[in-house]
Design a protein around this ligand. Structure first.
Ligand SMILES: O=c1ccn([C@@H]2O[C@H](COP(=O)(O)OP(=O)(O)O[C@H]3O[C@H](CO)[C@@H](O)[C@H](O)[C@H]3O)[C@@H](O)[C@H]2O)c(=O)[nH]1
Ligand SMILES: [Mn+2]
Length: 747
């Protein structure tokens, strides 16, 4: 307690051992400088073998050094948070603010309604006064099936919520909970559990049956008047606004089976017309912000993706500990929880757990003013999301929601609110620009968060031991690469946009945070140097051009030190974040693959776009379910190639080039000069080693997940062409430098 009697609702701790880390980082930097010095002082002279290759390598190394420096911002000053929920209860239990929860879904085939309602049920069952909780489901597909599932869920909730309360259930997604207890065969299973399980099963069967074609008209239509809204429905892309309040939390007779109040539940499918662009998730979120302001107007907004169920029933209270803290609360705009997943395999073959980002990097960002907004698992103040600027000295004003009677009937309220979700509503307004989520960027969340922070607000990263949200991670290589293409492209666009963290944010957020943002915004630009580094030294090896210092010279030391120390550190960091050694090795592979395909395509597309060659990539929704055999291979951690893709061709070509180079080298290895090129041989061998599963996919596997033959053939042809092409380029360069030489000789 401070002198003024202030007892905080949360505390912030600095990481231990940070001085040691900084010392280590400084030593690595010295090593990097020596590498640069070596490159500059040893450039082959004009006309000498490998001059251009050398200069290219130097450029790549300058980039790596620069990027490494950037990533130090994420590690320099990490902090950790802890909340005091008991204090919150004691002080504010009767004054807690209204919380509106937004769940977004976009396609009933990719995002099955059962999964969506499990997420909805998990957030309906939060340990929070139900009359202050409202859950909104935005359905961008406008699917009657999703609506029907939500209708069923709001009935099932009447049993599920009291059950959760009585038995302190965790997690509160029914599917996840039943799965978690299915392993423990408890003979004294309470009879309530059996009942609620049966209710769930029955509901699942009914929803399954409703998916059959023609069902809307006959069987389920009479169940709710809301289905009449589908009479004018044309397609996913062409329909009226459909809005239905399924449970009105203000209605005193809307209670569960124990007679306790229920949270408000609302279904929304905003209007869609082919001639109006719908702005993907950002458009959905903005419609939700407006609709909810009419219905419940909670001061805090939580948004989750439809696959991100709540895994911790106390998260709302955790978030409020930050917002409601008397001293530091007023400057906090949003509280971001990490994005965790419940389908990660032991050695995460697609490196899809985002381990290091969650456990290391975001804590680092938090130390400099707060994490990025990553689009899910994030609590916002409603007014900052709507564009309010931060003003020094403002106090927390959480209105206590009075249970005022509504003047309109529910039906009137629905009809009067629908306009807010129409296509034309935003015309000539600030929505999508200064209000709500920003439009026009594949990672609308990151750019929105950045602009909030640039208006003076702080954000908080909270990573409790019991994970707050669990979602579905990608389960094939293709999905992973496509998702990362969207992310890296979006982040790169932000870098080049008006809101660039490099200039727009200057002076508005701390330098550390600016650099932190840049780490992600520069993802895409890593592609060229990595591609260069993963091909050119191997090709040069084949031609006998030495590019690294020999073992016997002192210049070898900085190379060895930087390589050894950074990789050891990265392994340690990965293990410390809870990963396995094999997981780290897989992470290195995906690191390489993302850079030489996703990031490369994101980079070229963004550049093409900004030059006016439109290559609009849209939003490819990430799959949340997979076929049986694909899923089995995922569980066995076998790389899934499947459908052909230019990204695979790219990866296979680069993998094959290395294989060819290594094979070519083996023939010559007894020649003494090659034995000097230790580092180059090491690089090439490591590349071949890490590509092993790719070669298997190309040549050895027979299952459906192997490399598709079209990608395989293309990559083999390209791989054979690359060395030939290089010889041509080399010839031209020789010719060019001889020509320059000649010109210099002529007086
Ligand atoms: O037109 C659209 C497209 C998507 N979504 C929803 O947006 C969410 C995220 O889409 P998903 O396909 O799961 O993408 P991910 O790559 O998993 O999403 C990550 O990256 C996105 C930005 O690219 C963020 O918005 C997400 O919160 C973040 O989880 C899902 O709930 C979708 O239903 C919509 O509501 N409307
Ligand atoms: Mn997702």
């Amino acid at each position: 307690m401070g002198n003024d009697g202030y007892v905080p609702l949360f505390e912030t701790k600095k990481a231990k051992g940070i001085a040691l880390y900084r010392l280590f980082a400084a030593s690595v930097f010295v090593g990097i400088c020596f590498i640069w010095a070596y490159r500059v002082s040893h450039i082959p002279r004009n006309g000498e073998d490998g001059r251009w290759v050398w200069i290219g390598l130097f450029a790549a190394e300058v980039w790596f050094g620069f990027y490494w420096l950037l990533t130090q911002a994420l590690r320099w000053n990490p902090i950790y948070r802890h909340t005091f929920k008991d204090r919150l209860s004691r002080r504010y239990e009767n004054k807690l603010p209204g919380v509106d929860i937004f769940v977004c879904t976009a396609d009933p085939l990719i995002e099955p309604p059962m999964m969506v309602i499990n997420t909805v049920l998990s957030v309906m069952a939060y340990d929070y006064p139900k009359e202050k909780l409202s859950v909104y489901l935005s359905d961008d597909a406008g699917s009657y099936l999703t609506f029907y599932a939500l209708l069923e869920a709001s009935e099932f909730a009447k049993h599920w919520i009291p059950f959760c309360k009585k038995f302190n259930v965790e997690p509160r997604s029914p599917a996840a909970y039943f799965k978690s207890i299915s392993d423990s065969h408890d003979s004294n299973e309470p009879k309530e559990l059996a009942t609620v399980k049966k209710l769930y099963k029955d509901m699942e069967n009914r929803i399954g049956a409703a998916a059959k074609p023609g069902c809307l008209s006959e069987e389920i239509r009479p169940k709710h008047k809301g289905f009449s809204q589908w009479d004018s429905y044309v397609s996913q892309r062409d329909h009226d606004t459909m809005l239905q309040i399924l449970i009105d939390g203000k209605d005193p007779i809307a209670t569960d089976v124990e007679g306790c109040r229920l949270p408000t539940v609302v279904y929304l499918a905003r209007e869609k017309r082919p001639q109006h662009f719908h702005n993907f998730k950002a458009g959905a979120m903005n419609a939700l912000i407006r609709i909810s302001s009419k219905i419940s107007n909670g001061q805090i907004i939580l948004n989750v993706d439809c696959d991100m169920y709540s895994n911790n029933s106390h998260s709302v209270r955790d978030a409020l500990c930050f917002f409601m803290d008397e001293k530091k609360g007023p400057e906090i705009a949003y509280v971001q929880f990490p994005q965790n997943f419940d389908n990660i395999t032991k050695n995460e073959v697609y490196s899809n757990s985002m381990r290091v980002i969650n456990e290391v990097e975001f804590h680092g960002l938090d130390g400099y003013g707060g994490p990025l907004y990553i689009g899910t698992g994030c609590f916002h103040r409603r007014d900052t999301l709507c564009g309010r600027k931060f003003s020094q000295g403002s106090k927390n004003e959480f209105k206590i929601e009075k249970n005022a009677e509504r003047e309109e009937t529910i039906h009137e309220l629905e009809e009067n609110s629908k306009d807010l979700a129409n296509c034309t509503y935003e015309e000539n307004t600030d929505w999508g620009k200064e209000m709500g989520l920003k439009y026009g960027c594949p990672v609308e969340d990151v750019i929105t968060g950045l602009s909030i922070q640039s208006r003076g607000w702080k954000s908080v990263y909270y990573n409790p031991a019991r994970k707050a949200f669990l979602g579905v991670a990608t389960t094939t290589l293709g999905q992973t690469l496509v998702q990362h293409k969207r992310w890296s492209e979006g982040d790169f666009q932000i870098l080049l946009s008006k809101y660039s963290p490099a200039w727009y944010a200057k002076g508005k957020i701390s330098l550390g945070l600016q650099l932190g943002y840049c780490c992600y915004c520069f993802w895409a630009s890593n592609s060229l140097p990595v591609l260069y580094y993963s091909i050119v030294p191997s090709l040069s090896l084949l031609r006998g051009i030495s590019l690294f210092p020999q073992l016997s010279t002192p210049w070898f030391i900085p190379f060895a030190y930087v390589i050894f120390s950074t990789y050891t550190y990265s392994l340690a960091e990965f293990l410390w974040s809870g990963g396995t050694v094999l997981g780290w090795w897989n992470d290195q592979r995906i690191w390489l693959y993302k850079r030489t395909s996703s990031y490369l395509f994101a980079f070229t597309d963004t550049i093409a776009n900004s030059l006016g060659f439109s290559a609009d990539s849209g939003f490819v929704i990430t799959a949340k379910v997979s076929e049986h055999d694909v899923h089995n291979r995922y569980l066995k951690e076998i790389l899934e190639f499947g459908a052909s893709s230019p990204m695979f061709t790219m990866l296979a070509t680069s993998g094959l080039v290395n294989l060819l180079c290594l094979a070519g080298l083996l023939k010559k290895v007894f020649i003494a000069e090659y034995q000097m090129m230790v580092l180059q041989i090491l690089l090439c061998s490591l590349l071949v080693l890490i590509n092993w599963p790719l070669y298997q996919g190309l040549f050895l596997r027979k299952d459906n997940g192997k490399m598709p033959s079209s990608s395989a053939i293309k990559s083999i042809v390209f791989a054979l062409l690359v060395p030939a092409l290089c010889s041509c380029i080399n010839f031209v360069l020789y010719f060019f430098s001889d020509f320059v030489l000649l010109c210099n000789l002529i007086p």
